[in-house]
Structures are given as C-alpha cells and as structure tokens.
Design a binder for this molecule. Structure first.
Ligand code: PBG
Length: 331
C-alpha cells in the first residue's frame, strides 16, 4: 500500500493551485485608514514611535486622503488633536472643533470617501481620561451625555459613520437615540465594543496627546485576561443598536475576533493598533523581519480570524502591495 493516500502537499505545489484553494482573501475594500488632524496650515508632523505616520493640518490631510482614496482605500477613521484642553473636553463637541472642520473639508473635497469619526474625550480633556472626572473617578452617565453630543456634532459636520471608543456603559444606545432624534436614523455606528486596556496604545497616545494624567484606563477598558466579558460587551452594543462591532487591539486578540464573529455574525472590524504598527516597522527598519511579507501575513491573519474590516496605519502600504500582487510581480 502506498502511503499516504491523501498528500496535502499536492495542492501546495504550484502557485496557481495555492491561489485557487486559498481560504482567506485580503482586499483594499477591507481597509480603513486612521488619520490625525491638527490645527494650522502646512503641518506635516512626524510621530516618533510611528515612522510613516503624521499629524496633518487640514490642507495637508486632504492631500494625504486623496492619495489614499486614489489607491482604492474606501474609508478613513478620523482623530483630532485640539488647540486646547479642558476638564469636559469641550472642543470634542464644538462646531468649529478640529474634527468638525476636518470632516467638512474632506467631505467637500473627496465626497466619495467614507469618513468615520472617533467619538471620545481623551484627546480633549485636560486629565486625559475618556470621560468626565469627579472626585478622582471617571463618571459614567455624565460622560455618556457628552459623548452623544460629540457624535451628533460630528454627524452634523458631515461624518458618514461614528465610532465610539470611550468604553462607557450605555453610550451606543445614547448615541443612537441622539442621532435618531436629530433625524440621522440612517447614520451607522461602529462600536469599539471589545476594547482592551492595552499597552499597545502607547504610540497613539503620543500621536494624539491623549495619555491619562493620573491613573490608567482599567476602570473602563477590558481586562486583557477576559474573553467572555468581551462577548458580553459586544452583546450589549448589538442590543443598543451597533451596526458594526470592533475588537481592539487585533493581533494579540485573534481568539476574541474569532469568537465574536462566530457568536454574532455581525460585520466585524479589528483595530490593528499603534503598538502593532510600531513593532512591525521597528523590526523592519532593523532588518530583523521582512516587513512587506509580515504586513501581508498579519493582515491576512486578522481576516482569517474573522474580521471583515481592518483599521490599520498600514492601509496605504497594504494597498500598494495588493496592487503589486494583482499584477503578479511580487509576494
Ligand atoms: C481613544 C483611542 C485610543 C486609541 C483609539 N482611540 C487610545 C486609548 O484608548 O488610550 C488607540 C489606537 C491605537 O493605539 O492605534 N480612546
């Protein structure tokens, strides 16, 4: 008897066969590109721990986003760095806040691109927390009221979708209600449902100047040791009207992505965060990893785990590599 009858290597032998039996695809349509807007003109400020990522003034941001849209990237996730901070993060819901101004400019100049806005207070508050602080504690319900105001002001400025990242209880329902009451029943919510209290956010906090000035975020973000709790959080957001749910970070939480996809089957986004980006870029720069291959492998792994959409600072690089792959000249 020849051994074995089933030889898995038969289907791995030729590149064409490998392409045909491949289970997971990665496409430019799956990518969301996160960007940072700052006040001023002609600003293109590098972020030290995130080489290749910049803080752009609105004029420069429009150029950057045009470039991304030209590569086929369908959506951006917009963050703002305000001119000044106060305890209640008032620029977050100001009509002339940095995000509101940026949304108007981008929608006017690049109408075909989907603009998603991050709904949070931490960049805007003097204490750096994602909610209102009273007696040294982060208060849930007063924060939710402000977050609903933030979301509404962003949608009034023209945002196509809002993405609450604060992790306060009940915020998705409150935002849904505020949008509906104002006549924005059609505007979807992408909820950062399972957002972990992760040290992988370090570089982002430098980019957005959003590090907490006292304590940490463990009283509102998820404990990295918990997965069942993540499922409960997703369930709540779905009940409150979330259209897309999110797991964040991505690579260290692939198991959570897989379980959320299996259990809920809803459109699922994964946020491959600043620390994941920093690790890949740093090792690539040192020549310790083949950066291009690691980029494609990582993004494919996040899709394989079950994410439909990937929020990644590597969006433009991935779009370039996918284009090259399409013409069969690389990877
Ligand atoms: C704001 C927010 C954070 C990130 C996205 N929105 C930081 C945080 O919660 O401290 C992290 C994104 C990244 O690391 O790329 N709440």
């Amino acid at each position: 008897m020849p051994y074995p009858i089933y030889r898995p290597r038969r289907l791995r032998e030729s590149p064409l066969l490998r392409r045909m039996v491949r289970e997971t695809t990665l496409g430019v349509d799956d990518l969301i590109y996160p960007v940072f807007a700052v006040h001023g003109r002609g600003v293109r400020e590098p972020i030290a721990p995130m080489p290749g990522v910049f803080r752009f003034s609105i004029d420069e941001l429009v150029k950057e986003i045009k470039d991304a849209a030209g590569m086929g990237i369908p959506a951006i996730l917009l963050f703002g760095v305000p001119a000044s901070k106060d305890p209640r993060g008032s620029e977050a819901y100001a009509d002339d806040g940095i995000v509101q101004q940026a949304v108007r400019a981008v929608k006017e100049r690049i109408p075909d691109l989907l603009v998603i806005t991050d709904v949070c207070l931490c960049q805007y508050t003097s204490h750096g927390h994602c909610g209102v602080v009273e007696e040294g504690r982060i208060k849930n319900d007063p924060s939710v009221d402000l977050l609903a105001r933030v979301a509404l002001s962003q949608v009034e400025a023209g945002a196509d979708m809002v993405a609450p990242s604060d992790m306060m209880d009940g915020r998705v329902g409150a935002i849904r209600e505020a949008l509906d009451e104002a006549g924005y029943q059609e505007t979807p919510i992408m909820a950062y449902s399972a957002k972990y209290a992760s040290s992988f956010y370090g570089p982002f906090r430098e980019a957005a100047e959003s590090a907490p000035q006292f304590g940490d975020r463990r009283s509102y973000q998820l404990d990295p040791a918990n997965a069942l709790e993540a499922l409960r959080e997703v369930g709540l957001d779905v009940d409150e009207g979330a259209d897309i749910v999110m797991v964040k970070p991505a690579l260290p939480y692939l198991d959570v992505i897989a379980r959320v996809k299996q259990e809920f089957g809803l459109p699922l986004a994964a946020y491959s965060v600043s620390g994941e980006y920093a690790m890949i870029r740093a090792a690539g720069r040192l020549g310790w990893l083949d950066e291009e291959r690691v980029v494609m492998e990582s993004l494919t792994a996040i899709r394989r785990a079950g994410a439909d959409l990937i929020i990644t600072y590597l969006a433009k690089e991935a779009a370039r590599l996918l284009e090259r792959q399409r013409f069969g000249t690389g990877l």
